[in-house]
Design a protein around this ligand. Structure first.
Ligand SMILES: NC(=O)C1=CN([C@@H]2O[C@H](COP(=O)(O)OP(=O)(O)OC[C@H]3O[C@@H](n4cnc5c(N)ncnc54)[C@H](OP(=O)(O)O)[C@@H]3O)[C@@H](O)[C@H]2O)C=CC1
Ligand SMILES: CC(=O)[C@](C)(O)C(=O)O
Length: 332
């Protein structure tokens, strides 16, 4: 079993007196910077001068500067910008201030693994990757908890990179849940695979296909929504709590029979072959190449496909039923 690091394995003290620049105030940036600050650390947020998030970050009590100003002041630089823009911003605004002994931190290995950012050899390069959307990184921290994370060391110039990474992980709350060793290669390839085949690509297409099948057969869209999206959350929650066997224990035998008999007709050997093909395209850089080029021509395919999906009927039905979904929230 791989070693899991918890609070006791990390010493926030080694970050005292250090300035941590968090570049970005997005899903991860807003969460990690506030968590670090509330962990007693000195944080400065780096943003574009015209960023619409500048005032929000200041209102949250964070010091804010331009990316270059923050990089110049920082001992530790966490780059939480969109993966597709990190290389450009790094080369133009951060690289001039990446001096010997400084630490570069990432929460996804994409730009290091695919050679889009090549740091100087005399700095530490680490990854602390929360395995969670940023808004839950923040919410769980404020509730006194945390989300699990991954840690990797790409360069250890100071000889202390791992401990700095563990202290950073503690600062954002991940050691409250547990932090696992990985590598930039493993995190990058498994994260991209998960996003494309299971978490987002697989599930969203499965939900829309199931919804469309029921609606096209004449069932009311609300029933299709309840069956294909609302209950999915509850089933996944049970799997998360106690594994697939616990979920199967909780659902009816009728449901389990259907699960076991039909599931493999939907996710077929062909599906598994396609999954392997997607993984190969991640490993050999084909996906990275497509994504980086897509961004160089202002995302024509991304924009058109996102617009089509936003117009799908399931979005409207979900909006109408959102009020009912609030039952999950604790009653005041
Ligand atoms: N989203 C998630 O839950 C997770 C993300 N990650 C990783 O975290 C990193 C950040 O992702 P995420 O938080 O989703 O990113 P977001 O898109 O949510 O936020 C990006 C931030 O970068 C700023 N930004 C964008 N372009 C520039 C620029 N050219 N110069 C300066 N600032 C810029 C944006 O502000 P503005 O546009 O106003 O300038 C925004 O504050 C990525 O490496 C991602 O892979 C890892 C785990 C989970
Ligand atoms: C939340 C997460 O880790 C994702 C889905 O991979 C991402 O948003 O990058």
């Amino acid at each position: 079993m791989a070693k899991i690091y918890y609070d006791a394995d990390a010493d926030l003290g080694i970050l005292q007196g250090k300035t941590i620049a968090v570049m970005g105030w997005g899903s991860q940036g807003h969460a990690q910077s506030q968590n670090l600050k509330e962990s007693g650390l000195d944080v400065i947020v780096g943003l574009r001068k015209d960023s619409s998030r500048w005032k929000e970050a200041e209102a949250a009590g964070l010091k804010v500067a331009t990316v270059a100003e923050a990089a110049e002041k920082a001992d530790i630089i966490q780059i939480l910008l969109p993966d597709e823009f990190q290389s450009k911003v790094y080369n133009q605004e951060i690289k001039p201030f990446v001096k010997a002994g400084k630490v570069l931190v990432f929460s996804h290995g994409f730009n290091i693994h695919f050679g889009q950012i090549v740091p100087p050899k005399d700095v530490d390069v680490i990854m602390v990757a929360p395995k969670s959307p940023g808004h839950l990184v923040r919410r769980t921290y404020t509730e006194g908890a945390g989300v699990p994370g991954l840690i990797a060391v790409h360069q250890d110039a100071t000889g202390n990179a791992k401990q700095i990474g563990l202290a950073y992980a503690k600062g954002i709350g991940c050691t409250r849940a547990g932090v696992l060793d990985t590598t930039f290669k493993e995190e990058t390839e498994t994260d991209l695979f998960g996003e494309q085949v299971v978490l987002c690509g697989g599930v969203t297409e499965l939900v829309r296909a199931g919804f469309d099948t029921l609606v096209e057969a004449g069932y009311q869209p609300e029933s299709a929504y309840f069956e294909c999206l609302h209950e999915l959350k509850l089933i996944v929650d049970l799997m998360y709590e106690g594994g697939i066997s616990w979920m199967r224990y909780s659902i009816s035998d009728t449901a389990q029979y259907g699960d076991m008999m039909i599931g493999r007709r939907i996710i077929t050997e062909e599906t598994r072959k396609e999954m392997k093909k997607v993984l190969t395209e991640i490993q050999d850089g084909t996906f990275a190449n497509r994504w980086l080029l897509e961004n160089q021509i202002n995302r024509p395919v991304f924009n058109a496909t996102a617009r089509r999906d936003e117009e799908h009927q399931i979005e409207k039905v979900g909006e109408e039923l959102r009020g009912m979904m609030k039952w999950l929230k604790k009653r005041k």
